[in-house]
Design a protein around this ligand. Structure first.
Ligand SMILES: Cc1cc2nc3c(=O)[nH]c(=O)nc-3n(C[C@H](O)[C@H](O)[C@H](O)COP(=O)(O)O)c2cc1C
Length: 168
C-alpha cells in the first residue's frame, strides 16, 4: 500500500457498528500546516474541502508556527502536514519537526499526519508520528502525498480518513 499506513479499525467495521457516512456527520477537524512553496497548504485546502463534502466541519486551517489554538481545542481530529526535506533519496525528514514538537498538547485528540514530497518521502511519516504522539495525541495514521498528484492523493487521503474515524 503506497506510502499509506492508516490503521483501520477493522473490528468495528466488520461488526458493522459504525457504518460510514451518517456516523461521520459532525466530526470536527483542525489542520496545522508548514509550507514553503505552497504545495502542502494547497493539499490541506483540498483535504479540508473533501472532508467537508463528507459532512465534517473544519474548525481552522492555520500555519504550524502560529497555530489557531481555538480551532485545535474545538477539533476532534487534528491533521498535521509538512513537506519532505532532504537529499531527495537519502536523509529525508519532515521540515521543521521542531514546529510540530512545539504545538500545543493534543491529549484527547485523534491526529493524522501527512507530508508532500517530490521523489521519495523516506521515513518522514514515522518521524512525524513520533513527534505528534509526543504531544499526547492518538495518531491514527498518515499519508505521503506526491506534489504532482495532489488531486488524487488528497482525495484518497480524505476518503481513508473518513473511513477510519468512525466515531469521536
Ligand atoms: C530544500 C528542499 C529539499 C527537498 N528535499 C526533498 C527530498 O529529500 N525528498 C523529496 O521527495 N522531496 C524533497 N523536496 C520537495 C518538497 O518536499 C516538495 O516540493 C514539497 O511539496 C514542498 O512543499 P511546500 O510547497 O508546501 O513547501 C525538497 C524541496 C526542497 C525545497
Amino acid at each position: 500500500m503506497r506510502n499509506l499506513y492508516l490503521r483501520v479499525k477493522i473490528a468495528s467495521q466488520i461488526l458493522g457498528h459504525d457504518s460510514l457516512g451518517e456516523q461521520n456527520e459532525g466530526v470536527k477537524a483542525s489542520l496545522l500546516i508548514e509550507s514553503l512553496t505552497g504545495n502542502t497548504w494547497r493539499a490541506a485546502e483540498m483535504v479540508a474541502g473533501n472532508l467537508q463534502q463528507e459532512g465534517w466541519s473544519i474548525t481552522g486551517l492555520s500555519p504550524m508556527r502560529t497555530p489557531d489554538h481555538a480551532s485545535i481545542q474545538d477539533a476532534d481530529v487534528v491533521l498535521v502536514g509538512t513537506w519532505v526535506h532532504g537529499a531527495f533519496i537519502i536523509g529525508q525528514a519532515p521540515w521543521n519537526i521542531g514546529a510540530i514538537r512545539a504545538l500545543p498538547a493534543l491529549r484527547g485528540k485523534k491526529a493524522v499526519t501527512f507530508c508532500t514530497y517530490a521523489l521519495n518521502p523516506g521515513r518522514t511519516l514515522g518521524a512525524m508520528e513520533s513527534a505528534v504522539a509526543g504531544l499526547g495525541a492518538d495518531v491514527i495514521g498518515g499519508m505521503a502525498l506526491h506534489r504532482a498528484k495532489l488531486g488524487a492523493h488528497t482525495e484518497e487521503f480524505a476518503a481513508r480518513l473518513v473511513g477510519v474515524v468512525t466515531s469521536v
